[in-house]
Design a protein around this ligand. Structure first.
Ligand code: SF4
Ligand code: SF4
Length: 384
């Protein structure tokens, strides 16, 4: 299958509309059915869910709103193996069969190793997760194998150099604010995927909603150039314009969003130079509105006796202070970074870092804020 010929726009099903915000399984099927139908009627066909979404009910929600209401050849379904959850090889098989059952299908069009990063990579090697996905593909239970990735480009390079023959595509967090952010490094991760000729699907193009509700000054710039274009259209088109990107996902939960997103993705046009220039200025405005004015120079990290990833943690903190929507994904990054570095709470207050910081930031105080957000507030759900 030539992935670059696939429909360029997918429906992300991580945040489907609910009847009760406290109950992740209380799907608002009346609305979801209409959103899915409208999206399909606009000529698109790709739905991205996961075993862990909606408190482990995501696949069931998609089954009821999509699989049981539409013919199998009218849509493509993607789901993911929960790398954090599986215990051993047998458990992978058990989970996979459960997923087929949850989803009401006998094969997956796309199947991804979910949230690959430092915390799960060795476990995947030990229990053969890459081989497992390849075997399921051989059996015809999976058409295309992918990997969603939330870690640093060096690790992506290492994994692809070893498993390029078993991974057909990579799913990356790409948006204009994370393009050069040290904690995500969208641009460099994309370059690695390009290096191995792996087509890329983009997740979080609007950074959990951050790039929809941009500061007034930034929105003004966009509206002056094109009064009709939504802030979401700038974000999605930025992601879809990048080399090697074959699909961009959007988690839509209102009809206005489906109508808006499908309108410009149906007749997709990459951003021109002038638009790219506006994106650069918008990025600067957003960054100027950030909670911690860290420039990621890394001067502070060299002498830290606890090897605390100070600028990376500050970038994550800034991301969640701009929105609540992307907290879960920022938490995943935090936990991955903390595997090889000291956690914010391990700071011993020696203030070596503050002496080195050219921005004169009160680093030790900020690390307490980071601890409060990321270590005392864990919202990552676990398998029952
Ligand atoms: S004050 Fe904390 S973060 Fe700064 S160098 Fe010392 S241990 Fe590291
Ligand atoms: S030295 Fe200051 S500005 Fe540079 S990375 Fe560290 S905290 Fe950020």
């Amino acid at each position: 299958m030539d992935l670059m010929k696939e429909k360029k726009f997918g429906f992300g099903c991580m945040r489907l509309p609910l009847l009760d915000k406290e109950d992740p399984a209380s799907f608002d099927y009346d609305l979801i059915n209409k959103l899915f139908d409208n999206y399909l009627e606009n000529g698109f066909n790709y739905f991205d869910t996961a075993y862990t979404y909606h408190g482990y009910h995501g696949e069931e929600g998609v089954r009821k709103a999509l699989v049981e209401r539409h013919t199998r050849d009218s849509f493509k379904l993607a789901t993911k193996l929960p790398l954090r959850d599986f215990k051993d090889s047998e458990d992978m098989e058990k989970i996979f069969n459960e997923q087929l059952n949850n989803s009401g299908v006998d094969y997956f069009d796309f199947y991804l190793l979910h949230n690959m990063g430092s915390n799960v990579y060795s476990k995947c090697e030990k229990y053969g997760a890459f081989d497992f996905a390849a075997k399921k593909k051989e059996e015809g239970k999976i058409k295309v194998v992918g990997m969603s990735f939330h870690d640093m480009p060096e690790l992506l390079d290492e994994i692809l150099s070893k498993y390029a023959d078993k991974i057909d595509f990579v799913q990356l967090q790409i948006n204009y604010v994370d393009w050069e952010q040290p904690n995500v490094q969208s641009r460099r991760c994309l370059e690695i995927a390009n290096k191995y000729d792996k087509p890329v699907t983009v997740m979080e193009p609007c950074k959990g909603g951050t790039l929809i509700n941009v500061p007034e000054e930034a929105e003004k710039l966009m509206k002056e150039y094109n009064p009709k274009a939504s802030t979401a259209s700038w974000a999605l088109r930025f992601a879809a314009s990048q080399k090697g990107v074959f699909r961009v996902l959007s988690g839509m939960n209102t009809m206005d969003q489906v109508n808006d997103n499908t309108s410009f993705m149906a007749d997709f046009k990459p951003l021109n130079e002038e638009e790219m220039d506006i994106i650069e200025r918008v990025t600067k405005i957003i960054n100027d509105n950030t909670a911690i004015a860290c420039t990621a120079c890394e001067y502070c990290t060299h002498g830290c006796p606890k090897n605390i990833a100070i600028p990376k943690y500050f970038a994550l903190y800034n991301s969640i202070m701009r929105t609540t929507g992307s907290f879960l994904s920022q938490m995943v990054y935090y936990n991955n970074i903390a595997i090889k570095n000291g956690k914010a709470s391990e700071c011993i207050g020696c203030k070596q870092c503050e002496k080195a910081c050219p921005q004169h930031l009160p680093i030790t105080t900020y690390l307490k804020d980071v601890t409060e957000k990321f270590e005392k507030n864990s919202i990552i759900p676990t398998r029952k």
